[in-house]
Design a protein around this ligand. Structure first.
Ligand SMILES: O=C(O)CCC(=O)C(=O)O
Ligand SMILES: [Fe+2]
Length: 326
């Protein structure tokens, strides 16, 4: 197993960089958390008309059982993919899902999120795997879990949480961040999947990465700003000044990206007329504990790791170990 650096927040309750007090726990729900968090993005008002995305035909839709079978099969992870993840901090892999399976999951997430969405915003919902067998099969999928295991070089992975990330038409950017700032885990053997459930052209706001597993060090001193957009802006400026490559590429149907908890990322605005529906999930190598001082940036983490106090091992009933692919 590869050894990774400790979570830089292990002994630091102040959040990203010095100065800003985020040391209190978040006392709202996760949807309120996202509203607050998205308000920290440095995107000016965009009044250009929303564009119709290109028509997409996912073909005949598989049954739920066929989707589950597909998600049970191993994905051939190559050494090149493992090396790319280790060096870049992320990798986007084609054909993790069939377009039909993506569409079936998109419809299921839309149903779970409920109607609405006339407004703007990033609508999220977590813990869907506990209520829906299909989402459960996707989130605890041997196929996705096998990829994550190979990329992290860790055998037993536990689920931290699942998350529907539905960016409504007209919603602005997601601020620059790395997930180590969000997850209250004392480990950097933590990986997140970003599984779009329809193609994501540039205009829809694909997940966008700062290339380089070490890029986070360049912005370690940028003070987090819980009230405004200065953190997002200064991270972008620092990467620009340092010549860090920002990888913003469209996702085809079935592409899934995998990013390390140390990988800095953002996402563009959704300037299309269609919801950007994504199933995100986060996994960590078994053995990690909750940090001593989780902050408000960790949102409602007690929902994801119940009955566990700061300092204790994160191994609750909501954090099952993934089964290997057959
Ligand atoms: O979907 C987004 O806009 C952001 C997602 C994200 O930050 C993540 O998956 O870690
Ligand atoms: Fe993230």
């Amino acid at each position: 197993m590869r050894t990774s650096p400790p979570n830089p927040y292990l002994s630091d309750a102040t959040g990203a960089g010095p100065a800003e007090d985020v040391g209190t726990a978040w006392d709202g729900d996760n949807s309120g958390w996202w509203d607050w968090y998205m308000s920290l993005a440095d995107s000016g008002p965009d009044t250009s008309p929303l564009v119709e995305p290109e028509a997409h035909d996912p073909g005949p839709l598989p049954t739920d059982d066929e989707v589950v079978a597909e998600l049970g099969r191993a994905y051939p992870v190559t050494d090149e993919m493992i090396d790319a993840f280790a060096q870049d901090g992320f990798v986007r892999l084609p054909g993790v899902l069939s377009p039909g399976a993506a569409e079936v999951l998109r419809r299921r997430l839309a149903r779970l999120l409920g109607e609405g969405g006339e407004g703007e915003g990033l609508r999220s919902r977590e813990m869907m795997w506990r209520e829906d067998p299909l989402v459960c099969a996707a989130v605890l999928s041997p196929r996705v879990g096998g990829i994550c295991s190979d990329l992290l070089g860790a055998r037993d992975l536990r689920l931290y949480h699942d998350s529907a990330l539905c960016k409504e038409p007209g919603t602005g950017r997601t601020p620059w961040h790395y997930d180590a700032h969000h997850f209250p885990l004392d480990s950097t053997d933590v990986i997140s999947t970003w599984m779009p459930l329809q193609p994501v052209p540039s205009a829809m706001g694909p997940l966008t990465f700062a290339r380089g597993m070490q890029a986070y060090k360049l912005v370690a001193d940028v003070a987090f700003d819980k009230h405004g957009t200065s953190y997002d802006r200064r991270v972008a400026e620092t990467f620009r000044d340092a010549g860090v490559e920002v990888v913003e590429e469209p996702f085809a149907a079935g592409d899934v990206s995998f990013h390390s908890t140390l990988c800095f990322h953002t996402a563009g605005a959704n300037r299309t007329t269609r919801q950007r529906m994504v199933l995100g999930s986060t996994y960590y190598a078994d053995g990690a504990s909750i940090i001593d001082h989780p902050t408000m940036v960790s949102g409602d983490w007690r929902l994801f790791v119940p009955d566990t106090s700061p300092g204790e091992r994160a191994a609750s009933e909501n954090n099952p170990v993934l089964a290997p692919p057959v």
